[in-house]
Ligand binder design. Sequence first.
Ligand SMILES: [Zn+2]
Length: 291
Amino acid sequence: MAQVVNDAASILAGVYQTRVSQYGATPAKLGSIFVSFPGNNPPTNFQTSDVQNLITGAIEGGALPEPDEETSDVLHCVFMPPGTNPPPNLGGLHTYANYSDYDFPFDFDINDRSHMAWVAFGSKAFISSVFSHEVVEALTDPEGDGIQVNPTNANNWNEIGDVCTSTGLVNGVTVQSYWSQIDKACVIPANIPLSMQITCIHKNPRNDIAHPIRSVGGINRTENVPFRMSQLECIESIDRGNSFFVVGADGSRAEVKVFIHFPPWNRRGIRYIATVEDNSKADNLLSLPEC
Ligand SMILES: [Zn+2]
């Protein structure tokens, strides 16, 4: 699950979406992450309607905002679990569902549209590439009357991801190309990652695991300038494809990655940074001096 979240975060934070603005779309940002309740499993052979029912049920239950309560347009993307099979010949799909609510007399939320997508389970590369495809299409053609590619069709949506098939790596994450009209080509925008050495952290109190690392500091080795940023800014920078690392007293290098945990008291994921476990216990983030 951490891998799926990190790959999705990387796609959304990086330059992959930059070519959708030509179509009047604003690149999507990562929103809230939820894990479904244990036992709340979809049918083995699921249909799009099962996903629509999951989303509208979560809205009804209060876990997700009603469409007219969204502070900005939301795409609810559901990653299907292992052991489930999509409808034939589909790896993913984006669509919408009508949501009706009558919270008389306060709220007349009648037939507002809730936008959603699902991604079938598969390999890491499969999941991230299908996700990238659905995101750029949902941004440019959320309801089938937006940007399509010839031959356009109101029922059989022919969208900017459907006319492209190539995949590529952006920041180590597999994405699918999409049609860029200004380039007259299927494109995968990419960037040049920064190499960031963390040399200090700010955390108080140090030995209380309930208190997160507040900020990190160090040297941007690509541009040879010092940096200081909050943990959230560090997570967003890792999501954009920049690499963060710690060098231990013995000279060994440990990569800093983003992890996620789901506290038992709610089902919302909390993301945090830590070094990838290696043989050396000395070179992790928590052994660095205070900034
Ligand atoms: Zn498509």
